[in-house]
Ligand binder design. Structure first.
Ligand code: GDP
Length: 200
């Protein structure tokens, strides 16, 4: 109920941030979404908020790397981190993104949770592991959200969940509950909304 209400309220784009000094004042609870390019991050944000084009789908991965801030009502910031792991991203872009991410994760006191999106078809890859290791060091709790659940059969679903559980057991900053979602079918969105509302 709390989650439904939170996401039924106003959602406004605040700004795109390219460097730490550009961050809005840390005056409210904040959570963010991270994940490989094409994992379904834009679709999930649009699905959660019930807007079609709030987060733009990444048709040109590796382009300008911005941290996008959205205000959910007056007490939450929802933060969309740039997608990572795009094979053809220029080295300089990757390095800049990693530096900004490190600073952001270490320096944002109001950041309550990082939702790491993982494609249900692929599970956790080495590029995700790098991010999880970074998260362990920054002492922010992270939680895995599996995406595109509608694309796999039950056996793959179970196998991926098992793979992710095994991987998470090695990460002290991991929140053990894995959320299974499909933006296409709406699966898991209400659960995720409730978890987010509970962070406040
Ligand atoms: P992003 O790069 O992480 O923002 O990923 P997008 O949201 O742009 O999604 C990448 C592709 O996956 C698009 O073609 C989406 O339509 C598709 N996609 C995203 N979520 C789902 C889902 O839940 N189910 C299915 N079947 N496709 C999805």
């Amino acid at each position: 109920e709390k989650g439904r209400l939170l996401f039924a309220g106003p959602v406004d784009f605040v700004k795109g941030v390219v460097a730490m000094p550009g961050l809005p004042p840390a005056d409210r609870v904040e959570f963010c979404f991270a994940g490989r390019s094409n994992v379904g991050k834009s679709s999930l944000i649009n699905g959660l908020t019930g807007r079609k084009n709030l987060a733009r789908a990444s048709n040109t991965p590796g382009r300008t790397q911005e941290i996008n801030y959205f205000a959910l009502g007056e007490s939450f910031y929802m933060v969309d981190l740039p997608g990572y792991g795009y094979a053809e991203a220029p080295v300089a872009v990757v390095a800049k993104w990693q530096a900004l991410l490190k600073q952001y994760l270490a320096g944002r006191a109001t950041l309550r949770r990082v939702f790491v999106l993982v494609d249900m078809r692929h599970g956790i890859k080495s590029v995700d592991q790098e991010i999880l290791t970074l998260l362990d060091k920054s002492a922010v709790t992270f939680q895995v959200v599996l995406t595109k659940a509608d694309k796999v059969n039950l056996a793959t679903r179970q196998a991926t969940i098992a793979q992710v559980q095994a991987a998470l057991s090695k990460h002290p900053a991991a929140y053990p509950e894995i959320i299974v979602t499909s933006s296409e079918k709406g699966e898991g969105l209400e659960t995720l909304r409730a978890i987010i509302a509970g962070l406040g």
